[in-house]
Ligand binder design. Structure first.
Ligand code: ATP
Length: 764
């Protein structure tokens, strides 16, 4: 409603109601006026700073900081524009606070807060207060806006003695939540900041240290909670996390696309969203593995297998390597090389990094051999060479290509990609025959998701021979220190006499010289990298994230956990998942199996028990599937029911199936919103041919009215209506996942008999 549109003369009660709306509209108008002014001011400040051109180093540093900070503010202001303010709390003290997606302060000398960020402690009663525990609140108000106009108010009275009424009372207190849950889906997840429930709020605001596991059935808000937790942590630990970034790991790219707009809508962008297949910089997993291959590659034992593969590359001569040097023949035999190899292994460095030591040992061995041969006095057996002669021999050996060819053969430099491609081409010496058959790949043309943790493991085992890079970095750093010293000398020389004359230690004017030395200035210069932490993290395999959130955590293999734990040395992690939805053969069975190797039993476990997505009529049918295998299976309880039972259609045979699906889609399609057809992959081409505007593909466009998916692709997603095709062909967890994707209506199309638990649940 536009402000004032329906605020004409009415009865006294309505006028009272309209005053409430009018007041809120005035507040929102004032808020947007402030936001527009802030945005204008910020745009000008950024433009002015960028126009400054070449400036001294310190000024440039300050300019860059200003541009980065203000650009972040601008992005946040632009992102939250749609529904900046969504709530208000009235305290028994008479104070009121408006709650919004970000905090805004007035343009007065005190910078009075006019909109409280939902993550601030002051806002917490908005989410937690109840009639029983009002937390100092008299009233909680949900403000629904349409753009910049107030559309509706919903008030909950929390102080039961308070007789004042606004005419916007919501007696059950869940009208806004139910409206959100019933609204048409868009193909993109929305934030839930207006209606976070108390059990969710506690998880969102839990301390960031340590590992927290959030378990819950389908639709309990695990993903929503994980994303809001990321936003909360970025607010609460801004400085740390702006530097170290937050990583959110999801099961597939379609899922990441689905959740990708939530954090920007909360004004947060410092987050890297990635699948495990994207966490090895420079590699994009485009191929796929058969489930058996992924299961073998994901096993924890692969770490030992790869360590053995690397050790085998540290070879011994068979039986000798002959090196021609200065008309002599030097023989490197297995015994000599074994000593060099053992000594090198003792330094406990990764293979490539240790090579420097191996080179040294081999050169020393050959030097000793040659020195003994040419320097021994034939009469008394003493050595006639002095140390400089020995050094000269060593230097000459180091010029000999044959020496280097031998070292390359015995301790070759290896890249992770080469190691894994070679291992997969011939795995037989390292795993049993069945496993070797599952993973054997004669030529590696493309990588799979399950290869990525292997590549990462290999990178750890191999390390880098970074001697050249270290030397170059050292040279550059010396140049920078010299440059910074030059800058400081100039700034020292140009200090004003006025400043020098003052021996007041508290002088307010400080020159660069007083606050920074050349080393630190050079360091800052090195940090002169305009990429965000999330961007830098994406390009750096060894990045240590400030916090890692893993969605559908039950799907990750032990090898994938090794990769993630390397990215989280502080073990600050939130893991969300549902073991009943585990589909991947490589997935881990229990949380303690996953976590024990890294944190023993030092992790917290929380549970979400309310299903916000799936109405009870659908959940009752879906729950019968896992319950058939486990009588104690407890599904989450649905927060709503629609009165609409699932629709079931039978096709006479496979030839009739696409036509039956087409008809069922027409029956089920929501007037507004999205429908998903979930069907086994091999039916996709035939089904796509019968469904208007539908494509079969690996990366479906979820914003289309009708989307075709296989059960794995539907993981984590939701739609207004879902049609599950041939449920008899899915495993238990895939079927459970598929049946729990709908917010409004479920349909089933099948040929032949339905799986028994499903048939029973549908008929009861
Ligand atoms: N407090 C809330 N307010 C409004 N909507 C909510 C709330 N909590 C959850 N939802 C909605 O419920 C739906 C399910 O949430 P979400 O996808 O986070 O569940 P999930 O536990 O990750 O489910 P699954 O395991 O099936 O993937 C989403 O549409 C989400 O926006």
């Amino acid at each position: 409603m536009r402000p004032g549109a329906e605020l004409s003369n009415r009865g006294s009660h309505t006028e009272f109601t309209d005053d409430e709306l009018r007041h809120e509209q005035e507040f929102i108008d004032g808020l947007y006026a402030r936001v527009d002014a802030l945005r204008g001011g910020t745009e000008t400040a950024v433009a002015d700073a960028l126009a400054q051109g070449s400036t001294p180093m310190q000024a440039r540093l300050e300019r860059d900081v200003l541009v980065a900070e203000r650009s972040g503010l601008l992005a946040a202001l632009n992102a939250v524009d749609g529904s900046l303010c969504f709530g208000r709390i009235d305290l028994t003290t008479g104070l009121t606070h408006h709650i919004g997606r970000i905090g805004i302060r007035a343009d007065d000398t005190e910078h009075t807060p006019i909109l409280i960020d939902w993550r601030a402690p002051v806002a917490r009663p908005f989410y937690l207060a109840t009639g029983h525990t009002p937390m100092g609140l008299r009233r909680r108000r949900h403000i629904t806006t349409d753009g910049r106009s107030v559309a509706a108010l919903h008030d909950e009275i929390l102080d039961l003695g308070d007789q004042q009424r606004t005419g916007h009372e919501d007696p059950t207190g869940d009208a806004v939540l139910l409206a959100a849950l019933n609204s048409a889906r868009t193909g993109r997840m929305s934030d839930i900041v207006q209606t976070i429930q108390a059990e969710q709020d506690r998880i969102i605001r839990a301390p960031h240290r340590g590992v927290m596991v959030v378990e819950g059935g389908p639709g309990t808000g695990k993903t929503a909670v994980a994303l809001h937790r990321a936003a909360y942590l970025l607010y609460e630990h801004r400085e740390l996390l702006a530097k170290r970034a937050v990583l959110i790991v999801g099961p597939n790219p379609a899922f990441l696309g689905y959740i990708g707009e939530v954090l920007p809508s909360l004004g947060e962008t410092g987050v890297l969203l990635a699948t495990v297949g994207e966490l090895y910089p420079g590699v994009k997993a485009t191929a796929s593995d058969a489930p058996e291959a992924a299961a073998v590659k994901g096993r924890a034992e692969m770490a030992d297998v790869l360590a053995a593969v690397v050790r085998d590359r540290q070879a011994l001569p068979d039986p000798v390597i002959a090196i021609e040097h200065d008309r002599d023949i030097l023989m490197l035999d297995a015994g000599l090389v074994r000593v060099a190899r053992d000594r090198t292994r003792e330094v406990n460095l990764p293979h490539n990094a240790a090579r420097e030591h191996f080179e040294g040992h081999i050169l020393n061995t050959l030097t000793d051999m040659l020195a003994e041969r040419i320097g021994t006095d034939p009469f008394d057996g003493t050595n006639l060479l002095d140390p400089s002669d020995v050094t000269q021999i060593r230097d000459e050996l180091a010029q000999n290509r044959e020496v280097w060819a031998a070292i390359d053969q015995l301790w070759p430099r290896i890249t992770p990609r080469r190691l894994i491609a070679d291992f997969l081409a011939e795995p037989d010496a390292y795993v049993c025959e069945a496993d070797a058959n599952a993973i054997r790949r004669t030529v590696t043309r493309a990588w799979t998701t399950a290869d990525v943790p292997l590549l990462d493991e290999a990178a750890e085992l191999l390390g880098e021979d970074d001697r050249l890079a270290r030397a170059a970095a050292e040279r550059e750093r010396n140049q920078q220190v010299a440059y910074a010293q030059g800058v400081l000398d100039v700034s020292y020389a140009s200090r004003t006499y006025e400043f020098e004359d003052k021996d007041d230690e508290d002088a307010e004017v400080l020159s660069a010289h007083d606050i920074i030395d050349a080393e630190r200035m050079a360091e800052r210069h090195e940090e002169d990298d305009h990429r965000s932490a999330a961007e830098r993290a994406a390009a750096d395999r060894t990045w240590a994230f400030g916090h890692i959130i893993v969605d559908e955590a039950q799907e990750l293999s032990p090898m994938a956990w090794r990769l993630l734990m390397r990215r989280s040395p502080t073990r600050s992690m939130t893991l969300v998942g549902d073991p009943a939805q585990t589909a991947d053969a490589a997935g881990v069975g229990s949380w303690s199996d996953i976590l024990h190797p890294y944190v023993q039993d030092r992790w917290e476990h929380t549970r979400l028990a309310v299903n916000y997505r799936t109405p009870s009529e659908i959940m009752d049918v879906a729950a019968a599937v896992p319950r058939a295998e486990n009588v104690d299976f407890e599904p989450p309880s649905s927060v709503r029911s629609t009165g609409v039972r699932p629709l079931v259609r039978e096709a006479a045979d496979a030839a009739e199936l696409p036509g039956a699906v087409e008809k069922a889609v027409a029956e089920l399609a929501p007037a507004e919103g999205r429908l998903a057809v979930i069907a086994p992959r091999d039916l996709h081409v035939a089904l796509a041919a019968r469904l208007d505007g539908v494509e079969a593909g690996a990366e479906p466009d979820l914003t289309r009215a009708v989307v075709l998916l296989d059960p794995r692709q539907s993981k984590g997603l939701e739609f207004d209506a879902v049609l599950v095709v041939e449920p008899g062909r899915y495993g238990t967890s895939d079927l459970y996942v598929a049946l729990t994707r709908a917010t409004q209506a479920l349909g089933i199309v099948h040929t032949g008999v339905l799986p028994q638990p499903l048939a029973k649940a549908l008929s009861s």
